[in-house]
Design a protein around this ligand. Structure first.
Ligand code: ZN
Length: 417
């Protein structure tokens, strides 16, 4: 089976090339120039479109098993395909948690039906309880691609050290949700003007960066790599910048809402703008952009976190989290294009996350899997939650008009959107 994508602007992290992409049996065999269409089973005309390597979203909640009223592996992967995401890492805070080889295998088997590359992150501690480290070797053998207690920090230093050392030994990235629960547990919004005006408990900046400092100190002490999830405060970015400068093997991610919005969004008491960490202040938002520009922040992920409309209906009682896979690329193209090149965006949303995870993808090149997203850079569209492909509607960019739209997504050479 062969396919030619004709006349695209082909963007990689390090180059822009005009021309054709020839794909055979799910693998890219030629990039640029003119491919011989008589040799192809199918031709996709892409004049005027841009071809990105499929996005790699390294922070996604698929809610399967156990909370499939919010999302399941099929609906989550449909959302991924619609957003141009061809590889995703799904977090283990499902029900039951991804703490056994059986659950890892369940996810991998079910994901095979979707056409999207799904990489399960397994839990660091049993049931994300903080009580007892999982059997990382068995989880890796079953197919786990990373370990994380995302949704919660690993509060016990000894267990976090064990995870960092074992993750390093086994080649499993350790994805850390950093939050000092003694400060932030039960918090609803950023601590400061937002929590004061709304009369709810706040989540302070120090609850995030203080726990990042602890995590980095542990990683540094054993010279192990660590990845920090969803960085949102200026102090967090500075802590990571300094750690990188002294040689700590740290990578980190942020999400589009942290470089686009501030806490002002929650003042209308709409729980669709509540997530953890929360929307912060303008100075934090600007620091996130600075961190993306200078390479302190390595990746843009979504922290796609579906919740049902009923769960999100009460501002205070609603769980944290927003969906984002169908809007992340358009949001980045809309809000970053003034300072970032298309190559930069590919680097942050595809190349770097693939490299951090140690998985295929991240580039359109001969020999690579044909994971390709075709984008119309100039199309304006308004985010209407009725048209989203995932099961939940808690979209942080609802009602926004964005510029840049995914027109087709190929994963392993197969058209998935
Ligand atoms: Zn988290």
């Amino acid at each position: 089976m062969s396919l030619i994508i004709k006349n695209a602007m082909i963007v990689n992290a390090d180059s822009v090339t005009d021309g054709d992409i020839m794909i055979r049996d799910g693998v890219v065999v030629q990039v640029g120039g003119t491919a011989d269409i008589s040799a192809a089973d199918q031709v996709m005309e892409a004049e005027g479109l841009c071809a990105f390597p499929g996005l790699v979203d390294m922070h996604v909640h698929l809610r399967d098993p156990g909370q499939t009223h919010k999302e399941d592996i099929h609906s989550g992967c449909a959302a991924a395909a619609a957003g141009g995401v061809t590889s995703l890492v799904c977090m283990p805070n499902t029900s039951p948690a991804v703490d056994s080889p059986e659950i890892v295998r369940y996810i991998i088997e079910k994901a095979k039906e979707t056409g999207i590359h799904v990489y399960p992150a397994a839990a660091i501690t049993y049931g994300l309880s903080g009580e007892g480290c999982c059997d990382y070797e068995a989880l890796r053998k079953a197919g786990a691609a990373a370990i994380s207690d995302d949704g919660r920090p690993v509060e016990n230093d000894g267990m976090l050290l064990c995870a960092l050392q074992e993750g390093h030994r086994l080649g499993l990235p350790v994805l850390c949700h950093c939050e000092d629960l003694s400060q932030a547990a039960g918090g609803k919004v950023h601590e400061g003007r937002a929590s004061g005006l709304l009369g709810v408990k706040g989540m302070s900046s120090s609850s995030e960066y203080g726990d990042i400092e602890r995590t980095l100190a542990l990683a540094e002490s054993v010279n192990a790599p660590v990845h920090i999830c969803h960085v949102s405060t200026k102090e967090s970015i500075e802590v990571i910048r300094l750690a990188k400068a002294r040689g700590v093997k740290v990578t980190c991610e942020t999400a589009p809402h942290y470089f686009i919005y501030t806490y002002e969004k929650v003042l209308g008491r709409d729980a669709d703008y509540r997530m953890n960490p929360p929307l912060r202040e303008e100075s934090d938002r600007l620091a996130v952009i600075e961190g993306l520009l200078d390479g302190t922040i390595d990746a843009i992920a979504t922290d796609h976190a579906p919740h049902s409309p009923e769960e999100k209906s009460d501002f205070v009682k609603a769980p944290n989290g927003v969906i984002g896979m169908e809007t992340s690329l358009a949001a980045a193209l809309t809000y970053l294009r003034d300072k970032f090149t298309l190559c930069d965006i590919v680097k942050l949303m595809s190349y770097n996350p693939a490299r951090i995870m140690g998985i295929p993808g991240g580039a359109i090149k001969a020999g690579a899997p044909a994971d390709i997203t075709l984008i119309d850079l100039n199309e304006n569209w308004t985010v209407d939650t009725a048209n989203l492909h995932g099961r939940s509607k808690n979209a942080v960019f609802k009602g926004e008009t964005l510029t840049g739209r995914v027109k087709a997504t190929y994963c392993g050479g197969r058209k998935v959107f």
